[in-house]
Each structure stands twice: as structure tokens, then as C-alpha cells.
Design a protein around this ligand. Structure first.
Ligand code: PLP
Length: 371
């Protein structure tokens, strides 16, 4: 009954973790991929006002004009990218699905730096494409040299995600011109997922869009404003691509949620620098703690994840033992073709992070379980 294409999706890794975690009563939870702060009050107030004032109908597919214009200006000012066109989407997830549907033909190859955000691999596969992984271990740096090795005549897309989930790694600004040149040379469209741009700790975020006109730039409100359930994002890029995505959105999502679009304007006026500062402190807390405990890590420049090497065993063996010690983290193979690392999310209270560090210190000291 189920369509063949569904066989391209696989949730076995994460399902195994949920099975293991099912018996946990009150876990030290460092697994969550969303901020631990709530939507800022002015944004909530605006959403409530919008609903009360009847902004509850379908909007135009491309997004309400005020938000559409504001986002175009923001992409221009903040990212140095002047896109032909823009579409307001139901989160970056919505934008990703539309983009792959609009762009990927059977057999097309998409370069995906490994480790990667899970959706990329599965959505490319769903659309008949072939994900081609570019190994970025051990430093998680995306470089033109690493990408070049994997380019074939079928390569059509290059996925970039900076700052990245699950590593927190950022693409070096100095590397962007070389990556842009490579994309131009091989006529690749660069799909740049910049959803974590507000969590850039060591330097301002830089976008490939400034160097590469053939960029499909995606951003959103889920992480920056804790609006994960409101489903609001955007995608800016070449006219032809955005037109195809807009047509698909018309026949699928129709539009992003109307109240969220109205409140999105307020979100853009809201200062979120205190969140960034708080998460910078949490990053330092977890990274210093992990390093002192003897874990092998690359200090992440952004997002709210760190991706340490498992000190013993496979990722699954280590995570199973962590779960037995009441600590919930995610095995690296959920995000990678390798099974050597695990993901910590520090989008949690400092108390939870400290409790997690205690458990991690114990896990590295005790070593693998006997037998
Ligand atoms: N891109 C990355 C790298 C993510 O980590 C996530 C969520 O975890 C998304 C996109 C999805 O974001 P949205 O809530 O805007 O659909």
C-alpha cells in the first residue's frame, strides 16, 4: 500500500534511542534540538492580537508583503546577498522539502557534508536523488578541497549548514570564495541553511550568498525566537527556483501560518542578543567541562550543539550506557555515516548542563560496561 519512495526514509537510529530512553523517568536531557527559552512576550502579544483581529485566513502564497519585504531587506543588509526572489515558508523544513522537490531529479547528486542535519539525506533520497557525503571528520570543517573530491557530472546541489547541526561548526569566512568558485565552475546550486545564524559566538555569521549568486539561502525563526511550533521560515534565491517552489507551496502548504507571519515582523524587531550571550556561556561551560574530563571535542563556533568523540565503544554502546546513567544524548550515527561520536545539545538550564557533565565524567572514568 505504501509508496516505494517511502523506502528511502529510515528512522531506525533515532527509534533505537527512543526505545532505550522509553524507561527514563526524569532524564538529564541534553538531546533537545530547540531552544530552552520561550517566545519573547512582545512576539506572543502580537500573535494573539493578530488572531483576535482576524488575521486567520490564507495569506498570499509568497508571504504577506510587509514580512516579505522586510526579509528581503534583512538578507541584503545582514548577509550581503541580493536575491532575485524570496518565499516565506512553513519553517526551514518546509523550504527544504519544496527545494528538493523542485530541484532533484532521479539520479541527481547532492553533496552533503558529513555530519549532517538528518532531513537533508532523507529528503534528497525521497525525491530520487543520491546524497553524496563529504567526510569532514575530525575537525568538521567544510572546505573547497574536501568538496571537490566528491564532484561528478551528476552533482547538482551543495548543502551548506553554518552554524551546523549536529557539530556547531561554522564555515570559515576565508573559505567561502573558494567554495563559491567551485560551485560556479561546476554549475552547482548552493543550498545554504542558515537557521542558526543568530547563535554565532566567535565572529559575525558569514553567508555564502555574498560570494555566490547561485545560492538558495534559508533562514527561520524557530531557533532564534523559540518559535519552533509556529512554523515560520524563508527561502531566498534565483527567480526560477523560487518560482517553482512557490508553485509547489500553492499546491501543498498553501502559505506559512498567518498569525506567525504577522508576529514574525515583531520578532525581527526584538533584540535577541541576551539569548546569544546566554548560549555562549553555556557553550563555554559544556566545552570546558568536557575538555577537563578528557573528551575529544572541537569547540563549536555556533548553534547549541557539541559533537564529542565517544571515549570508548561505538556511539550506540556509549549512548546506551549514558541512558543507563540517566543521561540522554543522541548517537552520532543518526547524523552521520560514522558511528564514533555523539551529540550533546546545551539548549538546557545550567543546572542540567552541570548534571550532564557529572554523568559524562563518571562515564569516561568507568569505561565500557563489563562483558
Ligand atoms: N535546519 C537545521 C540545520 C535544523 O537543525 C533544523 C531543526 O532542528 C531545521 C532546519 C528545521 O527548522 P524549522 O523549525 O524552521 O523547520
Amino acid at each position: 500500500m505504501i509508496a516505494q519512495r517511502m523506502s528511502k526514509l529510515d528512522a531506525s537510529g533515532i527509534r533505537k534511542v527512543f526505545d532505550l530512553a522509553a524507561s527514563m523517568k526524569n532524564p538529564i536531557n541534553l538531546s533537545i534540538g530547540q531552544p530552552d527559552f520561550d517566545v519573547p512576550d512582545p512576539v506572543k502579544d502580537e500573535a494573539i492580537r493578530a488572531i483576535r483581529e482576524g488575521k486567520n485566513r490564507y495569506t498570499v502564497t509568497q508571504g504577506i508583503p510587509e514580512l516579505h519585504e522586510r526579509l528581503r531587506a534583512l538578507v541584503n543588509e545582514k548577509k550581503g546577498y541580493d536575491p532575485d526572489a524570496l518565499l516565506v515558508t512553513s519553517g526551514v523544513s518546509g523550504a527544504l522539502l519544496l527545494a528538493f522537490m523542485a530541484l532533484v531529479d532521479e539520479g541527481d547528486e547532492a553533496l552533503i557534508p558529513d555530519p549532517y542535519f538528518v532531513m537533508y539525506k532523507h529528503l534528497v533520497g525521497l525525491c530520487g536523488g543520491t546524497p553524496v557525503f563529504v567526510n569532514t571528520y575530525p575537525d568538521f570543517k567544510v572546505t573547497a578541497d574536501r568538496l571537490r573530491e566528491k564532484i561528478t557530472s551528476r552533482t547538482k546541489l551543495l548543502l551548506l549548514n553554518s552554524p551546523a547541526n549536529p557539530t556547531g561548526s561554522t564555515v570559515d569566512a576565508a573559505e567561502l570564495p573558494a567554495i563559491a568558485e567551485l560551485a560556479a565552475e561546476h554549475n552547482l546550486l548552493v543550498l545554504s541553511d542558515e537557521i542558526y545564524d543568530c547563535f554565532s559566538y566567535d565572529m559575525p555569521p558569514s553567508s555564502i550568498g555574498a560570494a555566490c549568486p547561485n545560492t538558495l539561502l534559508m533562514g527561520g525563526f524557530s531557533k532564534s525566537h523559540g518559535m519552533t511550533g509556529w512554523r515560520l521560515g524563508y527561502c531566498a534565491g534565483p527567480r526560477e527556483v523560487i518560482a517553482a517552489m512557490t508553485m509547489l507551496q500553492q499546491y501543498s502548504f498553501v502559505c506559512a501560518p498567518s498569525f506567525a507571519q504577522v508576529a514574525g515582523l515583531t520578532a525581527l524587531e526584538t533584540d535577541t542578543s541576551a539569548y546569544t550571550e546566554a548560549y555562549r556561556r553555556k557553550r563555554d561551560l559544556i566545552c570546558d567541562g568536557l575538555t577537563d574530563a578528557g573528551y575529544e571535542i572541537r569547540k563549536p563556533g555556533g548553534a547549541f550543539y557539541v559533537f564529542p568523540k565517544a571515549p570508548w565503544g561505538t556511539d550506540m554502546e556509549f549512548v546506551a550506557e549514558a541512558i543507563r546513567n540517566n543521561l540522554l544524548v543522541i548517537p552520532g550515527s543518526v547524523f552521520s555515516e560514522k558511528n564514533t561520536h555523539f551529540r550533546i545539545s546545551y539548549a538546557a538550564t545550567e543546572e542540567t548542563i552541570e548534571a550532564g557533565l557529572d554523568a559524562l565524567r563518571k562515564l569516561i572514568r568507568q569505561g565500557p560496561p563489563e562483558g
